[in-house]
Design a protein around this ligand. Structure first.
Ligand code: AMP
Ligand code: GLY
Length: 425
């Protein structure tokens, strides 16, 4: 099979690494890829939001399967475009069509969907410019902190949590009336604040049946003990010790099954991954958000734990044969530490050489914001590398990934040293 993987982050390096190991993968292209994906396949310099360019490449290079990493092209309808393109009709596509991608592309749609199918989530109401005053009245009925979400995609920055009513009203005004997130905040969802511990659950589905992938916990804040501004993710651990069988059974019965049933009832043919961001509130799961792709850096922790063939899983998703797919999962712990450029998530310098990358058997370095320039690997983004270590002991896996994080060097490197510590029993 000739496979084209779209994306350029640590998630795509992890997917490329596992895809390239499959005997079913004859050739792998990554668009645009990064310094890591180029050792797993061939990087192609095309803009993945230019669907015509993607379709041309698919046709000219005889690609059989397209796997979409990030949400933006999915929300913009890349799957529909390729399906309907006369030259790409027969290719397999992993990633939902635009109607399914609304689960991530519109917070209001996701909340309405959850309400309709009785899926536990925070109570909410949504407002637009015309109903700003009603939004203010609604805020006054809630207790702090206040949760405000831009309806549309906002590169992971569209959720605000405010401690006072004044700040919440000000933010609602900024979002609705001053378009602080552009078109994405022309509607705003205001919801009840949930207190608990977060985790991410991943499902692969062909729209009828599904398989559960390993779960993970993400560490979103820049500072240790979850302090400071939000980032794309500073680390991950999988499995999550508090996600025991009883908890996962609740997630399946109350969330996954009704989600798939809802998609079928809405006539949404969903072929791809569903990433369910959950809050564990005293042992009860509530949905914080849906994403229509895998998480980053969660993928860098979960992919090394999947022993079965990933391309077989991709094909089962796209051919609607997931019922027959048996997933084999390594029970060991995977701990991923993300090394970032100093200053991130604010401004930072790029172009610093990276050294000290040597791989031992039980660790893996996934590249994110790292480019190859004149034969050298240099920093090119905020999140630079994701270092994953596996071990049967969670504390050993933590130690190994930290040890390697110390050894890799680049100027102004920063990483959190507490990834995985909070969930150790
Ligand atoms: P989202 O982009 O929807 O995942 O939201 C970003 C982050 O905001 C989540 O990971 C949570 O930490 C937090 N968050 C979102 N919604 C809520 C809520 N209803 N209660 C508490 N925290 C929330
Ligand atoms: N790690 C969170 C995300 O991928 O959205």
């Amino acid at each position: 099979m000739i496979i084209l993987l779209l994306g350029s982050g640590g998630r795509e390096h992890a997917l490329a690494w596992k895809t390239a190991q499959s005997p079913l993968c004859e050739k792998l292209f990554i668009a645009p890829g990064n310094a890591g994906t180029m050792s797993e396949g061939t990087n192609i310099n095309i803009n993945i939001n230019d669907f015509e360019a993607v379709a041309d490449f698919v046709h000219n290079s005889k690609v059989n399967m397209v796997v979409v990493g990030p949400e933006e092209p999915l929300v913009k309808g890349i799957s529909d475009y390729l399906h309907n393109h006369p030259l790409c009709k027969d290719i397999l596509i992993v990633g939902p069509n635009a109607s399914g991608a609304r689960l991530e592309g519109s917070k209001e749609f996701a909340k309405e969907f959850m309400k309709k199918y009785n899926i536990p989530t925070a109570s909410y109401a949504s407002f637009d410019t015309n109903s700003f005053e009603k939004g203010v009245s609604f805020l006054k009925t809630l207790k702090p902190p206040y949760v405000l979400k831009a309806d549309g995609l906002a590169a992971g920055k569209g959720v605000l949590i405010l401690n006072t009513l004044d700040e919440a009203i000000q933010s609602l005004d900024n979002m609705l009336n001053k378009q602080s997130f552009g078109e994405a905040s022309s509607k705003v969802v205001i919801e009840e604040f949930l207190t608990g511990i977060e985790l991410s659950v991943f499902v692969a589905t062909d729209g009828k049946d599904w398989v559960l992938l390993p779960e993970a916990k993400d560490y979103k804040r820049i500072g240790e003990s979850d302090t400071g501004p939000n980032t794309g993710g500073m680390g991950a651990v999988s499995p999550v010790p508090f996600a025991d069988e009883q908890f996962i059974d609740k997630v399946i019965a109350r969330i996954i099954q009704p989600t798939i049933k809802g998609l079928i009832e809405e006539s949404i043919s969903y072929k791809g991954f569903i990433f369910i961001g959950l809050m564990n509130v005293n042992g009860e799961p509530f949905v914080i958000e849906y994403n229509v792709r895998l998480g980053d850096p969660e993928t860098e922790a979960i992919i090394p734990r999947i022993d079965s063939d990933l391309v077989e899983l991709f094909a089962a998703i796209a051919k609607q044969s997931i019922k027959n797919y048996k997933i084999a999962i390594n029970p060991e712990y995977a701990v991923t530490v993300v090394l970032v450029s100093g200053g991130y998530p604010g401004s930072y310098e790029k172009g610093y050489p990276i050294s000290g990358i040597d791989l031992t058997k039980r660790t893996k370095i996934f590249f994110a914001g790292a480019d190859s320039k004149d034969g050298k690997i240099v920093t090119s983004g905020g999140r630079v590398l994701a270092i994953t270590a596996l071990d049967s002991s969670l504390s050993e896996a933590c130690k190994k990934s930290l040890h390697l994080s110390e050894k890799v060097e680049f100027k102004e490197k920063y990483f959190r040293k507490d990834i995985g510590l909070d969930v150790q029993k």
